[in-house]
Design a protein around this ligand. Structure first.
Ligand SMILES: [Fe+2]
Ligand SMILES: [Fe+2]
Length: 345
């Protein structure tokens, strides 16, 4: 039977009868507890506005069925002491990366689900703690996992379909960019692993600080959607390429060029993008590849079905828009990739 925690009891968070105020606790998505089986701190469940029950003792092995029962009862969050939040998140992200690296995950659908979770956890973490080692490790684990899936995959169309689960826009969007960029780079004979790694890492991190799908979906600021945002959100959109690239730049011994790709991911071939309004000649080929890829991914993500006819329409749009400057070569790489997709390969 769990211990009842009330305001009348004493002050020690780790004791069985502690006083636990909401302000002393951090809420944690209950689903996270399905990815662990012990936690280094006590875990509480909320019963009323100020009433908490200790559900799991620190360091005690718990049964996942217990968590599933509460999920079925529509409980969305469990609570842990605020001062344990960072170490909890470290433990959780370590577990996720280990699951992703484990050879047990053979099925693509399961792999994609875990990749999405790892990336979402990286994003949640980055928004609280910045881009620290754990965020980088999680992004790297996802990058490696996606790359190994691409290498084993002989059907791009079916891989893309599996990745578009329409459940978590930012994570799916990032993974799709990583896959398509890998294909385009390979088609351009940029087969060096480090080029693909740079593009994939940029894909995983480029929108990592944005708080919502709505903001991440904006790729053009001359639209009513952008105009309709609050000033705070407009600033978040306008600043994110610069802010994220600065943080990436500060990571020691990190892959070169990733910060530059992130900084330029909202530039355009017309030279009216943000933050720098860079022309098609000033933007590097690597950045141009990323920009084309993101535009293409935005188009296919919204398709009901990626038929040959629909893909041809996107090809025409891309040819019209990207046949200039440093965009030319990546465009050729994209067209070779879409050729495969039209053939259902
Ligand atoms: Fe994006
Ligand atoms: Fe972005």
């Amino acid at each position: 039977m769990p211990d009842r925690i009330t305001k009348e009891n004493n002050n020690n968070n780790n004791s069985n009868n502690s006083e636990v105020e909401t302000k002393d606790l951090s809420k944690v998505d209950i689903n996270k507890f399905l990815k662990m089986n012990t936690v280094k701190c006590n875990v509480f469940i909320q019963l009323g506005s100020n009433k908490f029950i200790k559900l799991i003792n620190a360091n005690e092995l718990y049964d996942l069925d217990l968590i599933k029962r509460y999920i079925n009862k529509k409980i969305e969050y469990l609570f842990i002491p605020k001062n344990n939040f960072k170490s909890f998140m470290d433990e959780y992200s370590g577990n996720l990366s280990a699951i992703l690296n484990s050879t047990d995950v053979n099925n693509d659908d399961n792999k994609i689900t875990i990749q999405t979770e790892v990336l979402t956890s990286a994003r949640n973490r980055a928004r609280v703690f910045g881009i620290d080692d754990d965020v980088v490790n999680q992004a790297t684990a996802t990058t490696n996992s996606v790359f190994s899936m691409v290498q084993k995959q002989d059907n791009l169309s079916s891989l893309l379909k599996k990745m578009m689960q329409k459940k978590n826009y930012i994570s799916e969007h990032s993974m799709l960019i990583s896959v398509i960029a890998t294909y385009i780079a390979t088609n351009m004979n940029w087969i060096g692993e480090s080029t693909i790694q740079k593009l994939s890492m940029a894909a995983m991190l480029h929108d990592v600080l944005l708080k919502s799908d709505e903001l991440a979906m904006i790729d053009n600021i001359n639209t009513p959607v952008f105009e309709g945002l609050s000033n705070h959100d407009k600033k978040a959109v306008l600043d994110h390429p610069y802010k994220i690239s600065l943080l990436v730049d500060e990571i020691q011994n990190f892959l070169p060029d990733v910060a530059e790709i992130i900084l330029t991911h909202h530039e355009t071939p017309e030279g009216d993008g943000f933050p720098k309004k860079m022309s098609a000649l000033r933007t590097t080929q690597l950045s141009c590849l990323f920009i084309i890829t993101e535009d293409f991914v935005n188009h296919i993500y919204n398709l009901e079905k990626a038929t040959a006819e629909e893909i041809e329409k996107i090809e025409s749009y891309c040819k019209e828009r990207y046949s200039k400057g440093n965009y030319r070569k990546p465009l050729e790489g994209l067209l070779k990739t879409t050729q495969r997709m039209k053939l259902g390969q």
